[in-house]
Write a protein that binds this ligand. Sequence first.
Ligand SMILES: Nc1ncnc2c1ncn2[C@@H]1O[C@H](COP(=O)(O)OP(=O)(O)OP(=O)(O)O)[C@@H](O)[C@H]1O
Ligand SMILES: [Mg+2]
Length: 236
Amino acid sequence: MLSIKHIDAFYGDVQVLFDINAEIREGELISIIGPNSAGKTTLLNSILGLVRVAKHGKESGIFFNSTDLTSMRTEKIIAQGIAIVPEGARVFPDMSVYDNLYLGGYTRKDRTEETMEEVFDVFPRLKERLTQQAKTLSGGERQMLCIGRALMSKPRLIVFDEPSLGLQPSIVLQIFDVIKRIHENGVTILLVEQNVYHTLTITERTYVLEHGRIIIEGKSSALIGDDYVKRTYLAI
Ligand SMILES: Nc1ncnc2c1ncn2[C@@H]1O[C@H](COP(=O)(O)OP(=O)(O)OP(=O)(O)O)[C@@H](O)[C@H]1O
Ligand SMILES: [Mg+2]
């Protein structure tokens, strides 16, 4: 579904990603883990057309079902069926919960109310808070709204950027459960996380990104037992 082939990424002249290769098949739930500044967000931004990407030759690019996204505008990339849950649960703070959700569905103006009901099935709490301003939600509720907003576009692929960051443990578990549930409903998922243990337990495959390069790729179940991963990311 999404093939990233030999791409570099830059901010100005500074290179942040080096020869990235990754593949997400339809229906998969995969993750990218790595330390701060590794380039995880930059990789997601590359998929969404938000940073400058350089290709190595004709075969290179970021392909979504064989369409090359690398020269496409962000709105058009999103219209292909890709949604993002950005770092820091960013929502429109002065707008109500309803308006935030409504805007999430702007690419799919038909059946907005029906899709919203599907979001309330996953997050009943949002339905109770429809008129509340987003900035007055708790951290956990704001993350739910952010995920709900992504679901409103009925995406085929959702990329999550550290959705558990800064949330208390019980909410973290809820967020991971929701991600699993969205995946079971047929959405392909790319999850960037630093909560490595939970991530490896719910995902099928994982890429480890360090200093802008993918250094390990493998089945998540195998990486839980990998010495390097255990030492570096699981502190055991
Ligand atoms: N807009 C920008 N302009 C210049 N450099 C940037 C910009 N955004 C990120 N960088 C740099 O690119 C590198 C990778 O950053 P990135 O945000 O992708 O890391 P990350 O893996 O997502 O880290 P974190 O886990 O802290 O979110 C860092 O060195 C960062 O300083
Ligand atoms: Mg980041």
